[in-house]
Design a protein around this ligand. Sequence first.
Ligand code: FAD
Length: 492
Amino acid sequence: MTAQNAFSPIAGTAEFTADGETVLACQLLVLGAGPGGYSAAFRASDLGIATVLVDQRPTLGGVCLNVGCIPSKALLHTMAVVDAANALSAQGIAFGAPQIDATKLAAHKDAVVKKLTDGLAAMAKARKVRVIQGTGRFRDPHHLEVAAADGDAPKIVRFESAIIAAGSEAATLPFVPSDPRIVDSTGALELRAVPKKMLVLGGGIIGLEMATVYSVLGARVDVVEMLDGLMPGADRDLVAVWQKMNASRFDRIMLKTKAVAIDAKLDGIHVEFAGEAAPEQPQRYDLILVAVGRQPNGKRIAAEKAGVDISDKGFIAVDRQMRTNAHHIYAIGDIVGEPMLAHKAVHQGHVAAENAAGGKSFFDARQIPSVAYTDPEIAWTGLTEQDAKARNVAFKKAVFPWVASGRALANGRAEGLTKLLFDPETHRLLGGAIVGTHAGDLIAEICLGLELGADATDIGRTILPHPTLSETIGMSAEAFEGVCTDLLPASR
Ligand code: FAD
């Protein structure tokens, strides 16, 4: 490409015309404005790097803010309040059946999303990050072509270095027909209608969170999962607590079972199952949520033209500095692999931005927490018991049942448990998990303990406020050391 305006070296973003094309030159291109991408762009800009941020969506925030973490939590919070209000009848306070206006509820969720995405746009502007809306594909190792959604001529971004943060999309199944009554998580979050009967295909976190929302709204929900348990990754003792609490919420939880044929008919979607819990007859549903995982967007960006290797599945391999095989191109977030979580993407984004700015940062997290914002919530981080057993890692565990927590009893939610895993020799914390209300917030103390290399005494001797659920973490550590006075004495 021959430039009409000489522009080298690149000192900031600048727009000019070359070979009849509009070229935007910058130091750093960030492709994808999800949690990873916008965090990387903002960090780079704060470090004085002229940054262009490209995303095909009209708003910043990627999957997480627009159609993932935030809208799902807005709905889950509302549903948790409805559930809590219903449960109060056991304590002598009855409200009657809730009147649910799904349109108003969807508007509330959209307003929450808008507040956050508007906030991001303002922050991009304040930082002078240049945002371009359009679909980007690499043209060569230093140019990205951005096709505008409105059919305008494409823009070319010329960059010195780049961060690929193009994220992931919902995985599909080949035999699932195209029908408006069959949706992925984005479709389910739209809350177009509350179905009478719903099938959730896939018993992972996203599927079960949406199943929770729709069941509180009044749908009768079946869940089908081909593995032998729900929420892969979480220890079974935690999932068992969730399953007991939710036994009446769902009609069928079909484990070791697959949907094998789906037929969209006028009267509903007919599904045939095979496996251990398969009903003999096909079942009819008004809505099906396909939540069978997420696949990376690596194959959609012509990364090979930039010299970046993409795996068969669409992932990009990176080193601890988030660098791809092409030295000046980094990749972060869902596109570099599991766990596909927003907080992981953000931290990787900061590391990549700091390195693109000439620093020497590494992504060497000791732990990345996972949370299912179901009711009750399940949260875990560091080593899990099933991981430890699979990898033959020596550990000793301590469990504090919430039935011994004054606060959990006062809350009327004593079904939970807090579990900590320790190194049997050093008593150092290896991992932790919680099932119960607010587990997603409570896990933060265990995250910090792991990052700081805390041992059981550090955790047990930390004075925590009473009466709180957070005490269950300290008391688990005390139980491990045999000094807990809120449980029966350890056997002598
Ligand atoms: P993304 O958020 O996927 O963003 C990538 C962006 O790149 C997108 O906006 C996409 O439009 C854009 N893009 C892709 N290709 C191109 C291209 N060629 N040109 C231009 N733009 C492009 N995670 C949590 O941690 N907590 C949760 O509670 C949680 N809940 C979730 C609930 C749901 C329903 C879903 C679907 C996901 C949830 N996640 C949650 C996962 C979380 O959303 C992702 O891990 C996170 O968004 C990944 O961030 P990212 O920056 O890697 O990419």
